[in-house]
Every structure is written in structure tokens, then in C-alpha cells.
Design a protein around this ligand. Sequence first.
Ligand code: AMP
Length: 112
Amino acid sequence: MSDCLFCRIVRGEIPSAKVAESASCLAFRDIAPKAPTHVLVIPKAHFDSVLAVEDGPVVGDMVMLAQEVARAEGIAEGGFRLVINTGADGGQTVGHLHLHVLGGRGLKWPPG
Ligand code: AMP
């Protein structure tokens, strides 16, 4: 996926504010944060969405890196939210699987 925005971030062709990294995943700050902490955790390999994932490890790896981010950002104790928007109705705007890590304020439920 040579022209995928997040693949280009993984390759370092587009700058990002990196927060953490594992062998399979990268975490960087969302360019338009919706909360005091808003980090995106993505697999380095391309998946169009969560529907393209055919086995569990990649999602587990994303959650493990999200845990690390939440602790490092100081939001683990107070609470935070993990979100994977999927498809048009789900609000997905970038076609590369990503997990939003949101925290640092009280988050409302249900989402809009
Ligand atoms: P979604 O709407 O769930 O697909 O989330 C895509 C997210 O990517 C949005 O929250 C955008 O603000 C964020 N985003 C788009 N371009 C960039 C970028 N170059 N660097 C960091 N975050 C980005």
C-alpha cells in the first residue's frame, strides 16, 4: 500500500510524533487530538480495517502497546478509552487499521 497515509508514516516518509513502538506496531499522536491524550496505535503491516484481520495476534499486539502508552501518558489509573472506528458509519476516515487511545478527561457515553 505505497500511498496509504499510515504506511507512509511507518516508513518515515511523513513525519509523526512517535510515542512508542514494538516489533509489530507504532504509536503516534493524533494530528487533531480529541482529548488531552489522543494517540493512535497502528500495525506496521497494512490492514484496511479490523475486518481485514484474519487472526488475533496483531490486535493483541495493538492492545499491548496501547497499555504501555496509557501507563506512560499517566492515564491508566484514571481511565481511558480504546476505539477502533470501522467503515463509513463507524467514522473511519483513514483506511489503515488504527486504535485510538483517548484519555486525560472524562469521556462521555454513548459517543455521537
Ligand atoms: P478515524 O477517523 O478513526 O479513521 O481516525 C483517523 C485519525 O487519523 C483521525 O483522528 C485523524 O485526526 C488522524 N490523522 C490523520 N492524519 C494524520 C497524521 N498525518 N498524523 C497523525 N494523525 C493523523
